[in-house]
Design a protein around this ligand. Structure first.
Ligand code: NAP
Length: 276
């Protein structure tokens, strides 16, 4: 039977590469994006390679948009086998500087949108008795550092949710996989939102340092194709692991976290990020 996949945020980066990788691996793939005017490149590749890939609109911030997209897929294919929750962005700025509206918007996309989509698809997968949900988290879902507390909190929330899903949903045949990329060369760094606070903010310098640091690391980042490859490998494994790390930077930080006490790790991060 033809397997059906849904990927969010397929207009660029990890979502773009993952949608193509799924289609190339013979999944009928719904490459969803909030602005279908950005679909030109993926459609060109789809036609050139004769892939089974369709672009449909889906804005994870909008409940109606999620429901409509899932309804369309069910009408056309009658099933969803793989859901890749990828859409997301980064809000940078320290706790005292960012606004509650900015924080809520960050959670709307990176967490509430994911939650809604999981609710809409889990019911389908449960009835099928099979399904895989891939949540694209980040190394920032396991490690806190300054300058981007909103983004980090949203990814920590996603990690917690994913752990709960594994217990609740596996008895119904639904597998949950968390992907933890390090720095990946995508539009993430040009799309990120930055609030440096008021001109006299005492946190201005730290936000600038973090933003400049990640932008610099971005040019040396892992290609998004590597994340896509990891996702394909994970979903094709009989018993996938809870977490897959992508990138040597992510492996290094997470290994240090595993080996060190909380205080040792805090000092290590201060040294690595700020030469403290
Ligand atoms: N790049 C990294 O270093 C890195 C590291 C770890 C984790 N991640 C995670 O990887 C995921 C993908 O990011 P990326 O690196 O591939 O960045 P990207 O190239 O900027 O792609 C982000 C995608 O999310 C979409 N998106 C944003 N808000 C949306 C919404 N409300 N509804 C639907 N789609 C929306 C974007 O659409 P538009 O084109 O319309 O904006 C775009 O397609 C994110 O969850 C990010 O947190 C990235």
């Amino acid at each position: 039977m033809e397997k059906v996949a849904l990927v969010t945020g397929s207009s660029s980066g990890i979502g773009f590469e993952t949608a193509l990788a799924l289609a190339r691996s013979n999944y009928f793939t719904y490459a969803t994006m909030r602005d279908i005017n950005k679909a030109k490149k993926i459609i060109e590749i789809t036609q050139k390679e004769k892939l089974s890939l369709k672009v449909i609109e889906l804005d994870v911030d909008k409940e109606d948009s999620i429901k409509l997209a899932v309804k369309k897929i069910l009408e056309q294919k009658g099933r969803i086998d793989v859901l890749v929750n990828n859409a997301g962005y980064g809000l940078f700025g320290c706790i005292e500087d960012i606004t509650m509206d900015e924080l809520k918007a960050q959670f709307e996309t990176n967490f509430f949108g994911v939650f809604r989509l999981i609710q809409e698809t889990a019911i389908i997968m449960r009835k099928q008795g099979t399904g895989i949900i891939v949540n694209v988290s980040s190394v920032a879902g396991r490690i806190g550092f300054p300058g981007t507390p909103a983004y980090i909190s949203s990814k920590f929330a996603l990690e917690g949710l994913s752990e709960c899903m594994r217990y609740e949903m596996s008895p119904f045949g639904i597998k949950t996989i968390i992907i933890e990329p390090g720095v990946i060369k995508t539009n993430f760094f040009s799309s990120m939102k930055v609030n440096k606070g008021k001109p006299d903010s005492p946190y201005k310098e730290i936000t600038e340092k973090v933003v400049n640091g990640v932008k610099m690391m971005a040019s040396m980042g892992t290609p998004p194709e590597e994340v896509a490859k990891t996702i394909i490998k994970a979903i094709q494994t009989e018993e996938p692991l809870p977490r897959y790390i992508v990138g040597s930077d992510a492996s290094m930080f997470l290994e240090a976290k595993r080996m060190k006490s909380d205080i040792e790790f805090e000092n290590y991060i201060k040294k690595e990020l700020f030469n403290d």
